[in-house]
Design a protein around this ligand. Structure first.
Ligand SMILES: Nc1ncnc2c1ncn2[C@@H]1O[C@H](COP(=O)(O)OP(=O)(O)OP(=O)(O)O)[C@@H](O)[C@H]1O
Length: 684
């Protein structure tokens, strides 16, 4: 915890009194809302039901947002302004939400309000009319324990701010990620407060605060653009459920409870039941698949070989095949598949109507509709432009080598086509089992057949470096008019289908106007560990610079070499040593080694939890066993890594995976190995 003023000075007592007053005011605001009647419109039609449901939801959110969370301090900072800067207020307390007394006088000002900005931006050289900045220290139970003043005029230095940041970073972790609202840094604040449009893309080394920035940006945008965003909604897409569980408390602590946090598989509503090998998944995720699917779909539209004969009473009307062909050709150029089918029926019917008019009849729209629905027209449309389901097309692509070759054109090599073909095709498209990558292709086909609506207001993609082109297209479609916050690190790309550059990612998302920014101050990882892990960068991401550390920690890094049989015992010792310190500890190993190593730790009496077995494993246990494939995005006060060579050998992008694993520690990293250290790690 930060060095704070010895308690209780009169000033500290006054601040504690103010905190109690603010808490009471918030409780009153909560009671006011809770006691309010929710307006209910009578009647049972859809509009009325929808309005009533929306009112009830808004009410529920408003009450939840006003709940005083016992372990979240109500304010964290204070600014003294030059007199007259803000009307009637020279001193403002800054907190996670707005609190006012019974007469509307603000007690705590929301950190997102413009008057709070200098808390993050003012410096001694650019004071922004601020005289003094105060930062508060709180116990884990949100008791006010002290404060530190940073005068922006007169003698002084900026070291205090750095000490406060360091103390905040090193405060031992207990369970899920916490917010950084008290110590957002200026380069992060720029991104947090960037306008809703255009899309923002953040490349940042491990621990530079990308996830934190993304979450605070959501809270900020909901404050400035609430109405616009509540219409379409905000969705955060993370790599897996463990990660989402880890970040789930940040937005509620910032007073935002209405944001969906999901994995991409949950966004695309198609259950996956099959698995792909790496090469098939890579090809299925490639942007070229869009052209393959496009050709496959449109190959279902055939050449009309005969026209139609429509009879009404004794009269006959004929539309010839070449006329139908002209209509089909024009429609192919201008519509999607499903509306094209309807339009074909209508245009043929129109051609019949023209003939009727030429013969002196005066048919109206109803006649045109009747003709469009007549048997001969339907039969022709079914023959020339059949109804198809996405599954039918994909089934045929993966089970019919000639159809695949014809649809692939020059886009796929023979080997790539071979990777797509099923070794043994299922009996029919209805019984086929689809993989995750297939469900994304089905989604693309669905949109090629009929345009999806795409009305999301804002989309946050975390660990976006891992998404395939086809996944990015699917995400972009859901947010056609909205904007996105794209977060990631190209050096941490572990999927074989990763897009490889931020320009490509933005292009696939259909947000090419997005602005790419870089964060390069690594807050999480001590210097010594960054330097060690960065030895891998020339091999895994030669174009990226080495992140700048902001702190060193004594004995941050230890590498223990032992023989193969002694690895479990050495891991037990390392975990025991780590547990002797404060905060969370992770033992990270190659996925298939985790069960045996977990057992070794349990046998030694250490009671480890297994990440992934229960989503909230990190909430309760101090020691967690983490399969390397689930480590991304997480962090622990101390990390023990077992046998790096096995982590590397487990997958095609094993070195990238190891880089992720090595950069999870806030204070201490111990590496236990018997095999030589991989790549450049073993050198010097
Ligand atoms: N301004 C800050 N004040 C305090 N802590 C910070 C700040 N910025 C980042 N941190 C801390 O640094 C750690 C890393 O942040 P975060 O997980 O957002 O980084 P990241 O860039 O997403 O990392 P990774 O690429 O490894 O997923 C977190 O503990 C976060 O709270």
């Amino acid at each position: 915890m930060v060095e704070t003023t010895p308690a209780p000075s009169p000033e500290l007592q006054a601040e504690r009194g103010f905190l109690t007053e603010a808490r009471a005011a918030l409780a009153r605001m909560y009671r006011d809302v809770e006691g309010r009647e929710i307006p209910v419109i009578g009647g049972e039609d859809n509009d009325e039901r929808f309005t009533n449901e929306a009112n009830a939801r808004a009410y529920e959110q408003r009450t939840q947002a006003l709940l005083d969370l016992p372990d979240v301090p109500l304010f964290f900072g204070l600014l003294d302004y030059e007199t007259g800067t803000i009307e009637d207020l020279d001193r403002i307390h800054i907190g996670r939400r707005h609190v006012h007394d019974g007469n509307g006088v603000p007690l705590v000002i929301d950190w997102r309000a413009p008057v709070s900005v200098p808390f993050y931006r003012a410096t001694r050289t650019d004071r922004q009319r601020v005289l003094l900045r105060r930062r508060y220290g709180f116990s884990d139970a949100a008791e006010l324990t002290g404060f530190e003043d940073e005068p922006l005029i007169g003698a002084g230095s900026e070291d205090q701010a750095d000490a406060f940041l360091r103390a905040e970073i090193e405060r031992p972790r207990t369970g899920p990620m916490r917010d950084i609202v008290a110590t957002i840094q200026p380069e992060q604040d720029d991104l947090v407060r960037a306008p809703l449009h255009p899309t923002v893309c953040v490349q940042g080394a491990p621990g530079t605060g990308k996830t934190a920035v993304g979450l605070h940006r959501v809270a900020y945008l909901l404050y400035t653009e609430r109405e616009r965003l509540s219409r379409g909604g905000v969705v955060i897409v993370g790599p897996n459920r463990s990660f989402l569980s880890y970040i789930r408390k940040v937005l509620p602590a910032l007073g935002e409870v209405d944001v969906r946090q999901i994995t991409i598989d949950e966004l695309i509503p198609q259950p996956a039941a099959a698995a792909d090998d790496a090469e098939a998944a890579r090809v299925k995720g490639d942007a070229r698949m869009e052209r393959v699917l496009h050709r496959a779909l449109w190959s279902f539209v055939g050449q009309p070989t005969e026209g139609i004969l429509y009879s009404k009473g004794s009269r006959r009307y004929r539309v010839h095949d070449d006329e139908v062909l002209d209509i089909v050709t024009a429609l192919r150029e201008s519509t999607r598949y499903a509306p094209g089918r309807n339009a074909l029926a209508q245009r043929i019917a129109h051609a019949v109507l023209v003939q009727m008019e030429r013969r002196g009849e005066s048919p109206d729209d109803r006649v045109q509709n009747a003709v469009a629905r007549s048997k001969p027209v339907k039969a022709l449309v079914d023959a020339v432009w059949p109804r198809v389901a996405p599954e039918q097309i994909l089934y045929r692509l993966f089970s019919d080598a000639d159809f695949l070759a014809q649809s692939a054109g020059d886009d796929l090599t023979e080997d790539e086509r071979a990777a797509l073909l099923w070794p043994k095709a299922p009996r029919s498209w209805k019984s086929a089992q689809w993989s995750d990558a297939d469900t994304v292709l089905l989604d693309e086909l669905d949109d090629l057949i009929e345009r999806q609506s795409g009305s999301l207001g804002h989309l946050v993609l975390d660990e976006a470096q891992d998404l395939s082109a086809m996944q990015l297209r699917a995400l972009g479609r859901r947010c056609r008019t909205g904007s996105a916050t794209v977060l990631g690190d190209l050096a941490q790309a572990t999927t074989p289908w990763a897009a490889g550059s931020w320009d490509l990612v933005l292009g696939h998302l259909a947000k090419s106007d997005g602005v790419v920014a870089e964060l390069d101050r690594g807050f999480r990882v001590p210097d010594q560990i960054i330097e060690f892990a960065a030895k891998l960068l020339p091999q895994i991401a030669p174009t990226l610079g080495v992140p700048r550390g902001v702190r060193t920690v004594a004995d941050a890094l230890a590498v223990v070499r032992t023989d193969e049989h002694s690895v479990p015992a050495a891991l037990v010792d390392a975990c025991k040593a780590a547990l002797a310190g404060e905060g969370t500890v992770a033992m990270i190993a190659a996925d298939d080694q985790v069960p045996a190593l977990q057992e070794a730790l349990a046998t030694a009496g250490l009671e480890p939890a297994l990440l992934g077995a229960a989503e909230d494993a990190m909430d309760t246990a101090r020691l967690v066993c983490v399969p390397a494939s689930l480590a991304k995005g997480l962090e622990f006060d101390a990390v023990v890594v077992a046998e790096p060579a096995n982590i590397v050998a487990a997958e095609p992008r094993g070195l990238q995976r190891l880089y992720v694993v090595l950069t999870r520690a806030v204070s201490h990293l111990q590496i236990v190995h018997a095999a030589p250290l991989p790549g450049a790690l073993g050198q010097g």
